[in-house]
Design a protein around this ligand. Structure first.
Ligand SMILES: *Cc1c(COP(=O)(O)O)cnc(C)c1O
Length: 379
């Protein structure tokens, strides 16, 4: 039988989303208009943050965060190795130095003990990643940040819609960053946002998004003026109105999608618990958190051959991630090497990301589970 290919993640777009984008295209504003401000307010209302700065992608939002916090040459920022390279590249963009703190073996979330051990007199900030959608131990990280006077940034590109001890993701760090790439929970095609409750940080990030210029073209048009000043070296990290119209429409479905992701993850959990002979171990789920399940990651004893078997059978398994410090750029330019983060390096050999997205059917999950079982029985 011929099945459709199941990628590890994908967007869900409905007629309402399409109508929202069409309406934006027919409006007077294609960029930096009411939909951008509307999307920022909607994400703030949803997360409980006070200021939102929508930008062209999640990486730009991370860069804006590093700029706003004044990270520069000689500054160290602590980052986890088990993440997408953008989490630490943003430190390099500003001339700072990322310092890797290893993750905990069961959750692959940054280990607060390793963070504390990585602090030096040059440390300025911690970037923690809610890996796979599970919020980090934010109380422990906040305690370290306060005691050691460090800024705390959440790379929550995996965890919008998640929560920790009664608080929504978006309010747990000084600045929280989201991505709206199609594999993430909600999409704008490409897009990102930084949220904060600090007005000064928000102003700096807003200026950074638009070339470091103090007023936007829209604001100047409103007052009928022409004068502007460039006060910082910013970038063009703007996002369009039609993208943000899509974002607003997508956000209205986020809660239902996070719930569906949890249901599907639970389905996998139950299956693997019922078949211990397969040797598949899902990552640990912490108490007191709302897991947003961006990724469903397991540890698998025959990871490489299983990956190939799934791919050969139309299932787009994936690996998240190659530890960042092992990439050639980091080895060459930062002297990073094997052995720096043994927990992440050991996990990397075993982790496998299985398909998970909200419009996946129960039958799709069953198909993945049955393939895995058939393969393990054939071994
Ligand atoms: C997706 C992602 C990013 C980057 O977001 P883009 O929108 O692709 O630039 C950064 N960090 C993590 C952990 C991500 O998953």
């Amino acid at each position: 039988m011929n099945y459709k290919f199941l990628p590890y993640g994908r967007q869900t777009i409905d007629d309402e989303d399409i109508a929202a984008v069409v309406a934006a295209l027919r409006s007077d504003w294609l960029t930096t208009g009411p939909a951008v401000a509307g999307f920022e307010s909607a994400v703030c209302a949803y997360t409980g943050a006070e200021h939102g700065i929508a930008v062209s992608n999640g990486t730009a939002a991370l860069h804006a965060a590093m700029f706003a916090l004044g990270i520069g040459q000689g500054d160290e920022v602590i980052v986890p190795p088990m993440t997408f390279a953008a989490s630490s590249n943003c430190v390099l963009y500003q001339g700072g130095t990322p310092v890797f703190a290893d993750v905990a073996p069961e959750t692959l979330l940054i280990d607060p003990t390793a963070v504390e051990a990585a602090i030096t007199p040059r440390t300025k900030a911690i970037i923690a990643v809610d890996y796979a959608g599970q919020p980090c131990d934010w109380d422990a990280l906040r305690d370290i940040a306060d005691r050691r006077r460090l800024h705390l940034v959440a790379d929550s590109c995996h965890s919008i819609g998640g929560g920790y001890r009664g608080q929504k993701v978006g309010t747990l760090a000084d600045i929280t960053v989201f991505s709206f790439h199609p594999v993430k929970h909600i999409t704008t095609g490409e897009g990102g946002m930084a949220v904060t409750k600090d007005e000064a940080l928000a102003t700096r990030m807003r200026t950074f998004r638009g070339h470091g210029i103090t007023t936007t073209a829209t604001e100047r048009e409103k007052i009928g003026g022409w004068f502007y000043e460039m006060v910082d070296l910013g970038y063009n990290y703007r996002i369009t109105d039609f993208q943000c119209a899509l974002g607003i429409s997508q956000l209205s479905k986020l809660d239902a999608w996070v719930a569906r992701r949890n249901t599907l993850a639970h389905f996998y959990d139950i299956f693997f618990a019922a078949h211990p002979e397969m040797g598949i171990r899902p990552l640990k789920r912490n108490e007191d958190t709302v897991h947003a399940y961006h990724l469903y990651v397991v540890k698998h004893p025959q990871r490489d051959t299983t990956f190939q078997y799934l791919r050969n059978n139309g299932v787009g398994a994936n690996i998240h991630y190659i530890p960042v410090h092992l990439h050639p750029y980091y080895r060459k330019n930062l002297g990073a090497h094997e052995g720096m983060c043994p927990v992440a390096e050991a996990a990397y050999r075993e982790i496998l990301t299985l398909p998970l997205w909200p419009s996946m059917t129960d039958a799709d999950v069953t198909r993945v589970c049955n393939l895995l079982r058939a393969y393990s029985h054939g071994q």
